[in-house]
Design a protein around this ligand. Structure first.
Ligand code: GLN
Length: 188
């Protein structure tokens, strides 16, 4: 199994370190030739969704990535990655728009909006969740499965091959969400 990590901006190194810990092969997507290499799943990291979205277009990566997601390639968006996958964005412009969710950008406030909690994720029990100027999911279509909530707001969800988390699992010790995504990629 090979995982590609979008490495245009943001917290991609931390995802690489977690995949190293789990012994999973990975490489960075920085330019067009990278996205044409074979891979089984894609991680879109946290960062600044407007910057990543602009670079996706400028580097001509957008169409290839969108098409592969629509064809069923497993993708996981953390934080800014969630915003980039959302069909609708409150406080921003939709980018890839492949997932039937409405993301509310900077939903916890811009400056003081970073916090840490422990909460239940899918069937993994309680896991650490670090939120950094995070969005939450305001609305989700009927095909979207809710995987985690924090204070009544949806903060992790899945729609078939697409996984999103408003928090940053790559910044904590627990590999639970990475393992969940790898199981998706493996088709478990
Ligand atoms: N607030 C950022 C955005 O709108 C997301 C923050 C993050 O990825 N940690 O893109």
């Amino acid at each position: 199994m090979v995982i590609a990590i979008l490495a245009l901006q943001g917290a991609f190194i931390e995802h690489e370190q977690m995949l190293d810990r789990l012994g999973v092969e990975h490489f960075e997507i920085r330019q067009k030739k990278d996205v044409l290499r074979p891979f089984d799943g894609l991680i879109i990291p946290g960062g600044e969704s407007t910057v990543i979205g602009k670079l996706l277009q400028e580097l001509d990566l957008w169409d290839t990535i969108k098409k592969r997601i629509q064809e069923g390639m497993p993708v996981w968006g953390t934080c800014a990655g969630l915003i980039l996958l959302a069909k609708e964005v409150e406080g921003g412009t939709p980018c890839l728009g492949t997932m039937q969710i409405t993301a509310k950008r900077n939903a916890y406030g811009r400056q003081l909006g970073s916090f840490f909690v422990e909460n239940t994720f899918a069937d993994c029990g309680k896991i650490p969740m670090t939120f950094i100027r995070a969005p939450y999911i305001e609305k989700a279509g009927p095909e979207v499965k809710i995987l985690a909530q924090e204070a009544g707001k949806i903060v992790a969800a899945r729609q078939e091959n697409q996984l999103v988390t408003a928090f940053h699992p790559e910044l904590n010790e627990s590999p639970a969400v990475h393992q969940y995504f790898l199981n998706m990629v493996a088709g478990v």
